[in-house]
Design a protein around this ligand. Structure first.
Ligand code: ADP
Ligand code: MG
Length: 243
């Protein structure tokens, strides 16, 4: 039974069809890449899964539950966490407070106070800051971080809630080659803790971390399979060669 099951999801913005009957399944601990030309519907699909947009048609099941009509906060409590394409870091707050706020905003306060297994709020914040190499910067304002470090901070914010499925929309955009390499390492280290759906343009990066890929074009799934299936897919080659 997959962790995430997207069935026939269509999303219309007025007359524009951003998604046309998309199917997607993601298993436990699977790292799934979402690729496709600009405007193919990748961000819209992630938003439909996280609840930031509601599908016009189709169903979304997560952890055996139909979440199609659930509010984003309900989905977050069930273990879904999205890092948007557009930054949500608050630059005037410290690195520490950004993570603390994310943790508080996405969890009912009672579950944080009474959670014995997950440690104190402080421990949880420090734990994700450690994972993303940000402990030494924790008291600085987020605005003082490099672009790459701000992206790590956002991933840390999404991870603080210990999601079962992490959704990342172009996390390496604008990063240097070295920052990208480190991001790959940081994500691979999460492999036994959660599943991942990641939108990325850098195919080498996606190949190095993903188990399977889905290729979108104009709101349709062109192909889905292992990295080597997709590399040899004539349908995928056609999309990339003709755009
Ligand atoms: P991608 O992330 O693959 O570049 P998007 O999912 O952002 O693509 O967009 C898919 C299509 O939907 C595009 O044509 C885009 O202009 C359109 N779109 C996305 N969000 C909205 C919106 N809120 N209102 C109207 N059109 C939108
Ligand atoms: Mg996008």
């Amino acid at each position: 039974m997959p962790l995430l099951e997207v069935c026939g999801v269509t999303k219309a913005f007025g007359r524009l069809m951003a998604l046309r009957g998309v199917d997607l399944t993601v298993g436990e601990n699977e790292f799934h890449g979402l690729i496709g030309p600009n405007g193919s519907g990748k961000s819209t699909l992630l938003k439909c899964v996280a609840g930031a947009e509601l599908p016009t048609k189709g169903t979304i099941r997560f952890a055996r539950r139909d979440i199609t009509a659930e509010a984003p906060a309900q989905r977050a409590r069930a273990g879904l966490s999205l890092k948007f394409q557009i930054t949500s870091v608050l630059p005037a707050l410290t690195v520490y407070d950004n993570v603390l706020l994310a943790l508080q905003a996405r969890n009912p306060i009672s579950s944080l106070i009474f959670s014995r297994t997950r440690g104190t709020l402080h421990e949880r914040v420090m734990h994700v800051l450690e994972q993303f190499r940000l402990v030494e910067r924790s008291t600085e304002r987020a605005a003082a971080l490099s672009h790459g470090q701000q992206q790590w901070l956002e991933i840390a914010m999404a991870l603080a809630c210990e999601p079962r499925l992490l959704l990342l929309d172009e996390p390496t955009a604008g990063m240097s080659f070295e920052e990208r390499r480190v991001t790959g390492e940081l994500l691979i280290a999460l492999k036994d803790r959660c599943s991942l759906v990641i939108v990325e343009h850098d195919l080498d990066f996606i190949r190095s971390i993903c188990d399977r890929l889905t290729v979108l074009d104009q709101g349709n799934v062109v192909d889905c399979g292992t990295v080597s299936d997709i590399q040899s897919s004539a349908k995928v080659r056609e999309v990339y060669l003709t755009r």
